[in-house]
Design a binder for this molecule. Structure first.
Ligand code: L34
Length: 289
């Protein structure tokens, strides 16, 4: 069993990004600038946004964070988006999800200038992605493609099962893997909460992408011998024995599933760091446009 090291793969990608940023600065361009908007005080979101800031700085990307209270109105958030759309200093920005319930996520995403939408969530980027046109691609699926490439995992002609149909991960992942492309050409089955006989389907998969949002959902008896498993889930489980009072687990029962896989991603240290590296890559692309 090969453990896919997301931290190592992310470090490699970040090194390439740092080189490109340095070259931009050498040719008298300004450094790319990524802004992040964080609404409320969800502890996990705070961790992810701080990691994004740290990673940006480490590769020479300028970073700024707009921290807003959980009581921020939709109008106030839309005004900030309008400001960031117009701010010539900012090449790309994200609005960290989830947002408080009183804010309509679609309306927020639609308000972002798609050229600055480094999350790749705007309908224009999603549409271009579906059509195979150059676009900003959602960071988590993009990061997973990098992981598969790095570990030379062939997708062409393989049976891939994607668990979960979210706009951010499951849906774009299923489209990207089925595209006519070097890291696509797979036969993809997208499974979700209404899927019947799930186990029969997952047992046929050469590659399983678990993005269903339920801790340890994928069990050992659902995976065939020699499969590749990518765990997108990240859950904080209360644990008195852990230093932080919680431990992290994914959507995969790692202990049982890893006994069967040829390759598997851990949580933490798998997909998470790649999401951040892919976001930096998108920021670089947005800055170069
Ligand atoms: N707008 N919202 C927007 N864009 C995104 O791309 C995200 N996502 C998801 C949640 N909301 C978002 C993230 O940033 C998930 N996500 C994310 C990013 C980084 C990590 C996990 C999720 C990460 O760094 N994970 C570490 C462990 C972090 C910890 O200690 O909690 C890991 O090794 O998996």
């Amino acid at each position: 069993m090969i453990l896919i090291d997301g931290r190592e793969a992310a470090a490699k990608l970040k090194k390439e990004i740092a080189r490109e940023v340095a070259a931009m600065i050498d040719s008298d361009m300004k450094a790319p600038h990524l802004a992040a908007v964080l609404v409320g005080d969800d502890p996990a979101s705070q961790t992810y946004v701080s990691s994004k800031e740290k990673a940006s700085r480490a590769v020479g990307i300028t970073s700024s964070i707009y921290r807003l209270s959980a009581k921020t109105t939709e109008k106030e958030l839309l005004d900030l988006i309008d400001f960031l759309n117009k701010d010539e200093e900012v090449d790309g920005f994200i609005v960290q999800l989830p947002l408080p319930n009183h804010i309509n996520v679609e309306r927020i995403i639609n308000a972002i200038d798609y050229r600055k939408d480094v999350d790749g969530f705007h309908p224009m980027n999603v549409g271009k992605m579906v059509l195979g046109e150059p676009s900003l691609i959602s960071a988590t699926p993009r990061g997973i493609l990098y992981l598969l490439e790095t570990y030379k995992i062939e997708t062409k002609g393989k049976n891939v099962v994607v668990l979960g149909r979210s706009n951010i991960v499951g849906t774009p992942m299923s489209i990207l893997l089925s595209r006519k492309a070097p890291n696509g050409d797979a036969t993809v089955t997208l499974c979700h909460s209404r899927t019947q006989n799930l186990k029969e389907i997952t047992l046929k998969a050469d590659i399983i992408i678990a993005a269903i949002g339920q801790p340890e959902f994928l069990k050992g008896n659902m995976v065939k011998e020699g499969a590749v498993v990518i765990d997108v889930g990240i859950h904080r489980i209360d644990d008195e024995k852990a230093a932080k009072g919680y431990r992290l687990t994914g959507d995969v029962d790692f202990k049982a599933v890893s006994k069967k896989t040829s390759h598997i991603t851990p949580v933490p240290g798998g997909v998470g760091p790649m999401t951040i590296a892919a976001l930096l890559k998108n920021t670089l692309l947005a800055a170069k446009k």
